[in-house]
Design a protein around this ligand. Structure first.
Ligand code: CP
Length: 300
């Protein structure tokens, strides 16, 4: 049995095999042949709000022919009565075959995994943790447009401090030496040291030159819910705003990703441009999570 807690669990060989399996799954998300999880149960237990992650996990299990039980919000669970994450998971792992869990406290999911008798999947871990399944679907999306074996310029922009999708995608991309990583954020929201690596570039402003020299622009929102100081959020919230005019500066074959939700970083007029790939990216969550669930349950 294996838990999925961190992007560090994926080396290049495992990623290449995973991407190939996810490509095959994407070919037949709705085929009868995908219904390989008959009788299996996925539990989703989310301590924090979610639209894409929870619903794409649930869609993935349903498309695999399995079943879903769900706690979409801790306030309607016995967490509200003071139940520990350990006891919650001890009970859930007697109900379900696999558990996708989002925590509100970094490190919580390691505690869950320590007592679980079924695989725990990290669906977002606290304020400065990871979101490895988002990074798998991000990498899958990138791989649909670009080879990871030839030079690729990836620019992350936004909240690098609390952007847990960045914390997971950066290490996945570092498995491919031809990928060059650049991180742009206000200095208050810089990428934490533990997620940095030699060769990274760190900037505080986005320029025309950067946009012209970017193949993958990965924008994240400034995460209001993480700020203890409201005034600081107000100061930083509009730091980056991408209009259609700005995105048109990018190479014609470049792509613009965002884990979503967006809250003002990308103007809706950008949606009509060929670079806008963020909705396709969200949709890729289904075949990618189908693949992951099927692998964890030894169904592939
Ligand atoms: N990308 C992502 O994690 O979105 P949700 O918070 O809606 O799940």
């Amino acid at each position: 049995m294996q838990h999925i807690l961190s992007a560090a669990q994926f080396d290049r060989e495992r990623l290449e095999k995973f991407l190939a399996a996810a490509s095959r799954m994407a070919e037949c998300v709705k085929c009868d042949g995908a219904r390989i999880a008959d009788g299996k149960v996925l539990a989703t237990f989310f301590y924090e709000p979610s639209t894409r992650t929870r619903l794409s996990f649930e869609t993935a299990m349903l498309r695999l022919g399995g079943h879903v039980i769900s706690v979409p919000d801790k306030s309607v669970s016995s967490v509200k009565k003071g139940e520990s994450v350990e006891d919650t998971v001890r009970v859930l792992s007697g109900f379900a075959d696999v558990i996708a869990m989002r925590s509100d406290t970094t490190g919580f999911l390691e505690r869950a995994a320590a007592v679980s008798t079924v695989p725990i999947i990290n669906a977002g871990d606290g304020g400065d943790g990871e979101h490895p399944t988002q990074s798998l679907l991000d990498l899958f999306t990138i791989s649909r447009y670009f080879s990871l074996e030839t030079p690729l310029r990836v620019t992350f922009v936004g909240d690098m401090k609390y952007g847990r999708t960045v914390h997971s995608l950066a290490p996945l991309l570092r498995n491919f030496p031809e990928v060059q990583l650049r991180f742009v954020s206000p200095k208050e929201l810089a990428l934490p040291k533990k997620y940095q690596a030699d060769g990274d570039e760190h900037l505080t402003e986005i320029s025309e030159n950067i946009l012209k020299n970017t193949d993958v622009l990965y924008v994240t929102r400034i995460q209001e819910e993480r700020f203890a100081d409201r005034a600081q959020y107000e100061k930083l919230k509009n730091k980056f705003h991408f209009t259609a005019e700005k995105i048109k500066i990018m190479p014609k074959n470049s792509i613009l990703l965002h884990p979503l939700p967006r809250v003002g970083e990308i103007d809706p007029a950008v949606d009509a441009l060929p670079q806008a790939t963020y909705f396709e990216q969200a949709h890729n969550g289904v075949p990618v999570r189908m693949t992951l669930i099927a692998q964890l349950l030894d169904l592939l």
